[in-house]
Design a protein around this ligand. Structure first.
Ligand SMILES: CC(=O)N[C@H]1[C@@H](OP(=O)(O)OP(=O)(O)OC/C=C(\C)CC/C=C(/C)CC/C=C(/C)CC/C=C(/C)CC/C=C(/C)CC/C=C(/C)CC/C=C(/C)CC/C=C(\C)CC/C=C(\C)CC/C=C(\C)CCC=C(C)C)O[C@H](CO)[C@@H](O)[C@@H]1O
Ligand SMILES: O=c1ccn([C@@H]2O[C@H](COP(=O)(O)O)[C@@H](O)[C@H]2O)c(=O)[nH]1
Length: 351
């Protein structure tokens, strides 16, 4: 019962906050308007991220009260980093910040994590059976790259109703299970609190309470989810108290990461900037192939749960790290090859 208390309370805080913030968003103009790339209907409040951030902080407060969840220097830095990244995201949602400013802000949040909280990816594990690959002096730059990769990967999947919500559920359920099974109950509960504050967002986002009450997460929310993901991954692979091996992290964030890397490679191959926005992400491709938005959501969310579940299983079975890495690279290669031939495959299937 005490375990579920902060989880339940956070759910209701998130639900109430969305109800309060939703009408406010219209009056301050914090709304997403349709354009050529953004093909939704009407002005949609961008308050999901703000509600998720605030209810998560309340949830962490409940954990402190009910479980003695300690406010260590690292946890304080996590809370400060979440505040900063949500604030930058909200300013971006309202005023459209330049890419340069967003990248500087992401590097700042990453340095806070790596240097102030001392949460760094210090090794890659025993990837090739030749011993643990220590990152040494490149640990900080590698961590910064990983933070940017995670933040932008989740930002990019936020393109249809429910998708980033579904990806968040699979990532944090997988992480929660891994933390729980290794007796890191505090971090497991933190993961489940994240799931519970995202659930009310999903209900509104999927128009369960009607189209008029629909909300989006905005960059505030998608950047926050990416930041929380990489932070908890770094806690999980901490060399002093390892919960899972570093290569397993790739499976926990597989679908957003693979889609981001694949789209960047495809853009470079076409001679475009890898940072140029377009409508060629996996969810767009599924919809152009004839799936509805809901069918695309179902296929991608199920795929994400299966892939994350496979990663968790490989960790629990203590599968050797090189096998886990090559399976992941095999998954990426198959994904890349299928997407490169997707229209030929679709027309063959239709015939
Ligand atoms: C631009 C865009 O697409 N827009 C979308 C979007 O529109 P929206 O309006 O929301 O946004 P904007 O357009 O306004 O723009 C937002 C964009 C920007 C602000 C610009 C920045 C954009 C980027 C794309 C930057 C990305 C930045 C990077 C730095 C990416 C670098 C990429 C990499 C390949 C580096 C990979 C680095 C890693 C460190 C990999 C691991 C990453 C993790 C997260 C896991 C980390 C955890 C660990 C514990 C580490 C463990 C790691 C290992 C053990 C791996 C070690 C193994 C090896 C080294 C061996 C080699 C293997 C690998 C490196 C794995 C590599 C991965 C694969 C093969 C997959 O959204 C709209 C809506 O959708 C859309 O329309 C619009 O287009
Ligand atoms: O839940 C959602 C989230 C996003 N969309 C659509 O995708 C675009 C992309 O958002 P970015 O501002 O590029 O992140 C958004 O404007 C919506 O059109 C959605 O339909 N549902």
């Amino acid at each position: 019962m005490t375990t579920s208390l902060p989880i339940l309370l956070s759910f209701f805080v998130s639900l109430s906050l969305i109800t309060i913030l939703q009408p406010l968003a219209h009056s301050i103009g914090l709304v997403d308007k349709p354009n050529q790339r953004k093909q939704h209907q009407g002005h949609i409040p961008l308050v999901g991220g703000l509600a998720i951030y605030t209810s998560l902080m309340v949830g962490i407060g409940f954990m402190h009260l009910f479980f003695g969840f300690e406010f260590t220097r690292a946890i304080e830095a996590l809370m400060a980093g979440c505040f900063f990244i949500t604030l930058i995201g909200a300013i971006d949602d309202k005023y459209d910040l330049s890419v340069k400013i967003r990248i500087v802000a992401q590097v700042g949040a990453a340095l806070l994590m790596a240097l102030v909280a001392n949460r760094q990816i210090s090794d890659l594990g025993n990837l090739f059976c030749l011993g643990v690959i220590e990152l040494g002096v490149i640990a900080v730059p590698f961590t910064v790259l990983a933070v940017m990769a995670a933040i932008n990967a989740y930002n990019m999947v936020d393109g249809i109703d429910g998708l980033i919500g579904g990806m968040t559920l699979s990532t944090f359920t997988g992480l929660g299970v891994l933390f729980w099974l290794s007796d890191s109950h505090h971090f497991a509960i933190l993961c489940f609190v994240i799931v519970s504050v995202v659930l009310p967002y999903l209900l509104f986002n999927l128009s369960v309470f009607g189209n008029k009450r629909k909300i989006f997460m905005g960059d505030a929310g998608s950047m926050l989810i990416g930041y929380l993901t990489i932070w908890l991954l770094c806690i999980g692979v901490d060399a002093n108290e390892p919960v899972f091996r570093p290569v397993v992290a790739l499976w926990i964030v597989a679908l957003p990461l693979v889609d981001m890397v694949a789209i960047m490679l495809r853009r470079i191959k076409k001679g475009q900037s890898p940072f140029k926005p377009d409508r060629d992400h996996l969810h767009h491709i599924f919809m152009r192939a004839g799936l509805s938005s809901r069918q695309t959501l179902a296929v991608m969310t199920i795929a994400s749960f299966v892939i994350t579940g496979l990663g968790v299983t490989l960790e629990l079975l203590k599968t050797p790290e090189p096998v886990i890495l090559f399976m992941f690279l095999g998954l990426f290669a198959s994904y890349y090859l299928v997407i490169a031939r997707v229209w030929r495959i679709v027309s063959w299937l239709k015939r």
